[in-house]
Every structure is written in C-alpha cells, then in structure tokens.
Write a protein that binds this ligand. Structure first.
Ligand code: PMP
Length: 354
C-alpha cells in the first residue's frame, strides 16, 4: 500500500482468486471453470469476428445481445443488464442497494467476494452462520432491513434452496433488494427468474463463465425489474459505459444460439458429478449435496490443507479455504470423466498413505 492511497481504503482486504499457475500443467479443478470448450457456434463466431471493426466502440446499450437474452429467459430487454463478468454486477449491487444506513446480510460461508464489495463501499454487513448441515436457513433472511445476498446454489458448499424458499425471503423484504447469485444454477438448481415479474426487489445475477464455458470472455448478466436494471445502468454509465467489449457481445449472442450444446455439457457435468460422488463416498468421504459443478468434501482424520497440498504435488489443483468450520474441506471442480478418475486415483493414494 502506498502513502498515496485513500485512507478509507487502507484496511481493504482484496479477494483472492483461485490459482492460475503457469509453472506446469495441472489438472485444474480449483476455479470451477468448464472442462469443455465453448460451443462450436461460439468458436465460429470468434473466427468470423470483424476484427477491423474493433476500432469502433461497442454498443453501450448492448441492444442485440440484450434482446437475445430477453427472449431466452422469457423477459423484455428492459429486464436485462449485461456486464464484464458477474463480479462487476455484484459490485454494482453493493454500491447501488446498500450504504447510507442500509447494511447487507449474507451467510458466513459463501462467496468470499461479498464482504470485499461491502468493505469497498463502506457497507456494514452481518454474516449469518449456516445451519449444522451447511445449508442456508431461509428464515435467517426474513425482514432483514438490509440488502440480502444469497448465492443459490451456495458456494463453496454447493447446496441449493428451492424457488419457494427464495420466494419467502423476497416476500418478507419488500423494501429491500434481494440478490440471488445464480452462478451455478444451471447444474441442477431451481432458478428464481420466474419470480421477477412478481417481485420488483429481486435481482438475479448469472454468469456465462461456468455452464456456458466462457470464463475468459467475461460475460455476466443480471435479470430484474426495469427499475432495478435502470439503477444498474446508472452506475454503468457513471463508471464504464462500454463495459462489454464487442467480441464478447458476439460471443454472448452465439452462446445463446447454442442452447442444445449448453444443455449437453451441463448434463455431462452433472453425470460426472454424480459418478464422482459415488466413488468418493466409497472412499469414505463426506460429500455435501451439490447442485453445482463442484463438490465440497471432507474425510475423517484428513487435514484439508495437507490434502490440498498432496493433490497439488500430484499435479491436481483443488481449492482449500483456511476458515473455521471448513478448514478440513476442499472444493473440487467437476472436470471430465478422465480428470475425475485421475483425481480419485490420487485421493485414494493419499488416504492410503496418510
Ligand atoms: N458468484 C459466484 C458464487 C462465483 O463463484 C463466481 C466465480 N468466482 C462469480 C459470482 C463471478 O463469476 P464471473 O465474474 O466470472 O462472472
């Protein structure tokens, strides 16, 4: 930190992204990326991209992509916001819907970026412990008087709430925004998108990084009532009007046109996930019930950090969180069947020598 930094930011603790090591080739099961390439339609769109037109700014209104997304989700363009990854939208949500006496509430074990955004914007926040079984208790978020932020399914646990449980949270917070972060919803959870017409306080945030295999393209979307979308647009036009580059807009359109491919890779990942769960249970692991493309696992007598390091030594990267209650868990992204076989073989070897 330099002596020039705004003193208000001096205590800010930044988010730590998962490792992207360049030293050797790992089986990368640490950042919940897709093991499959983007759809052939996307690859074709990139090949056909009119690169010479990159001299022009991208459309700040993102009209073409928004229209396509609106059709895909059964909404109007006025219900859609697009951004440079969904972290950008979460940042805007904390900036727009909390502060000045409005706090935020989210689970103690969840996406660790939420508290960074809260601190960045001087938002006072309260974290609520997960239940004993690591699920979110919806009643902890009734009438919060604060901005409520729930990842559904939650990360890193992978556990999902039902749409009806989300409805209860919305119902009891009519005067505050409820953010439902659906980064992993496509892997088997219920989306809250059908509730948007009923609840003007609902902001659904999605990413094209995981189920659409586009983490490197950086495309996040928000779906909500026109009034909440207008607030996000206000912040976008006050920070970076061209927040989605032209190539990513083209890629996003092609991704929407690839629904069959998208369903196919989600189905494959879910199948691999369930096969991996069975194998892990046989090896004596406890696996939290996941509706995502990752598994949160622990095993009696196995130290989480040591397990992470032993896997890394064997060329397999997973994610370990040095935090109370979860320090003996690791989070394992679901890769291809071959990658999961390699992971299971390494896990078996480690527990046999432990
Ligand atoms: N929400 C959750 C719960 C996540 O795990 C992630 C990925 N780290 C994001 C949002 C952000 O994803 P992106 O910025 O790639 O859209």
């Amino acid at each position: 930190m330099s002596r020039f930094l705004n003193p208000r930011l001096s205590k800010l603790k930044a988010y730590t992204p998962g490792e992207q090591p360049q030293d050797k080739r790992y089986i990368k099961l640490n950042t919940n990326e897709s093991p499959y390439p983007p759809s052939p339609v996307v690859i074709d769109a990139v090949k056909r991209a009119r690169v010479e037109e990159l001299r022009l700014y991208s459309d700040p209104e993102g009209k073409v992509l928004k229209k396509k997304l609106a059709e895909l989700y059964g909404l109007g363009s006025e219900n859609v916001f697009i951004s440079n990854g969904s972290d950008d939208i979460l940042n805007f949500a904390f900036m727009a819907f909390a502060g000045e006496g409005i706090g935020a509430r989210f689970p103690d074990i969840t996406y660790s970026f939420y508290k960074v955004f809260a601190d960045l914007h001087g938002v006072l926040y309260e974290t609520v412990p997960l239940a004993e079984d690591f699920s979110i208790r919806p009643e902890d978020y009734y009438g919060t008087g604060a901005l409520t932020v729930i990842a559904n399914p939650n990360a890193p646990t992978g556990i999902a709430l039902t749409r009806e449980q989300i409805r209860e949270v919305l119902e009891s917070n009519p005067d505050r925004v409820v953010v439902i972060d659906e980064a992993y919803v496509d892997f088997g959870a219920e989306s809250s998108v059908p509730l948007i017409q009923e609840y003007p306080n609902l902001l659904v945030v999605m990413t094209y990084s995981k189920s659409r295999a586009l983490a490197g393209a950086r495309l996040g979307i928000a779906l909500a009532s026109p009034e909440l979308i207008a607030d996000l647009e206000l912040l976008k036009y006050s920070t970076n009007p061209y927040n989605v580059n032209q190539l990513t807009m083209d890629i996003g359109c092609a991704a929407v046109d690839s629904d069959g491919y998208f369903r196919d890779i989600c189905r494959k990942i879910i199948e691999t996930r369930e096969d991996t769960v069975r194998a892990l249970v046989e090896l004596g692991f406890r696996v939290l019930p996941s509706k995502t493309n990752f598994l949160f696992i622990t095993r009696e007598g196995l130290n989480g950090k040591d397990f992470y390091l032993a896997l890394k030594e064997r060329g397999i990267l997973v994610r370990h969180f040095a935090r109370p209650r979860i320090e003996n868990f690791v989070r394992v992204t679901v890769g291809t069947p071959e990658e999961m076989e390699a992971f299971l073989a390494a896990a078996k070897e480690i527990i046999q020598t432990a």
